[in-house]
Design a protein around this ligand. Structure first.
Ligand code: PMP
Length: 370
């Protein structure tokens, strides 16, 4: 029986990547060492890092005026590190940030807002909280500041299941302030116009690789604005000047990420994977729309292709649903505790057959209990 892992993250990785890592575990390319044992400054690891950076840039067509930084701390750390680096950008007094605009679209934006308030003045320019985060506030309803240091959005809310289906237009939508995007849970799942963003950040443990690596894409002019109190290891300019080697980077996670990037290139890159992701998500949403036995609460124009929360109409059957799913090899479908119900995370490495098998199981379960 095939096993399909629907975890929101850490999440399924391509089998080919795991097999390659296993075959190279004890001896990487004949050097007699595991990647885990290498000096991060040795030529072997430097070549792994350079290839990973090159392939990542190529996959997202990152313009030359952006730096790619491989760091640690996850997206939760970036919730603080972003204001520490950017919020005082336009202020005379650099010890506390000026105004930053935040769009609240769910659990992760809410966390970003709470953290940013420790470092700057936060203007929540729009929120869908009253709609239980089932939609993304329309652009016309964003009340942006005149002089924000940046505008923060979370482009895919992993817990709530909403995803921006467009790239904010910097000039028109944000009064020219740079857009900072938490793309943790959908980076590399679709084509993105990086030039529309000031900063993109993402934890690795969904579409990139193992937990422990965080990737940043920072436009050059946004480096060098850190507040005096920003720890040096979190100062993007220092990290960029040291090519992500200011402190020891998460070497093994970078190596696996590099293998994932090569795998993604073999799949045809983000344009090709996006088409497959659209097809996988449609399979599941079309079925959810066709039945009353299960519910999805998210507005049709902002449904996430990566994270699909759904509910049984009769929630007393939740345990039976999960137990039956497990017997079919369909794992980690329980919804986040703050939302309840079920959630299927269908990242790049989830094969189409995984979603097909899930839908077949859901139909059978409905037939038995409906
Ligand atoms: N933002 C988003 C959109 C996420 O999905 C997650 C993790 N699920 C985080 C932030 C937090 O990431 P971490 O725990 O790696 O800091």
């Amino acid at each position: 029986m095939s096993i399909y892992n629907f975890s929101a993250g850490p999440a399924v990785l391509p089998k080919e990547v795991l097999q390659q890592a296993a075959s190279e575990m004890l001896d990487w390319h004949g050097c007699g060492m595991s990647v885990m044992e290498m000096s991060h400054r040795g030529s072997e690891f430097m070549s792994i890092l350079a290839a990973a950076q090159r392939d990542f840039r190529e996959l997202l067509a990152i313009p030359v005026n952006y730096k790619v930084l491989f760091v640690q701390g996850g997206a939760i750390a970036e919730n603080a590190i972003v204001p520490l680096n950017l919020a005082a950008r336009l202020s005379v007094d650099k010890s506390f940030g000026g105004v930053a605009d935040y769009i609240n679209t769910g659990s992760w934006s809410t966390k970003s807002i709470k953290e940013a308030k420790r470092y700057c003045e936060v203007n929540v320019a729009a929120t869908s909280e009253a709609q239980h985060f089932a939609q993304i506030p329309s652009r016309a309803d964003w009340t942006l500041s005149k002089n924000a240091a940046y505008v923060h959005i979370c482009t895919n809310e992993t817990i709530d299941g909403v995803e921006y289906q467009y790239t904010p237009d910097v000039a028109a939508d944000t009064n020219g302030a740079p857009v900072v995007a938490d793309m943790s849970s959908h980076i590399l799942s679709r084509a993105v116009d990086v030039s529309q963003y000031g900063v993109i950040y993402a934890g690795a443990q969904k579409n990139i690789g193992p937990a422990g690596l965080t990737i940043l894409i920072v436009r050059d002019d946004l480096l060098g604005h850190a507040m005096p109190g920003c720890p040096s290891a979190f100062d993007w300019k220092i990290i960029a000047d040291n090519d992500s080697m200011y402190n020891t980077p998460p070497t093994y996670a970078i190596y696996i990420a590099g293998l994932v990037f090569q795998w993604l290139k073999r799949q045809g890159g983000v344009v090709a994977i996006e088409q497959r992701n659209i097809a996988k998500a449609a399979l599941l949403y079309d079925y959810l729309d066709s039945t009353d036995f299960y519910l999805t609460k998210i507005a049709a124009d902002c449904r996430s292709r990566m994270n699909v929360p759904f509910f049984l109409q009769d929630e007393t059957r939740n345990e039976a649903f999960l137990a039956g799913a497990k017997q079919q090899g369909l794992l980690q479908l329980k919804g986040h505790k703050s939302v309840g119900g079920m959630r299927a995370s269908i990242y790049n490495a989830m094969p189409h057959e995984g979603v097909e098998t899930l839908v077949v199981y859901m139909k059978e379960f409905e037939k038995r209990h409906g």
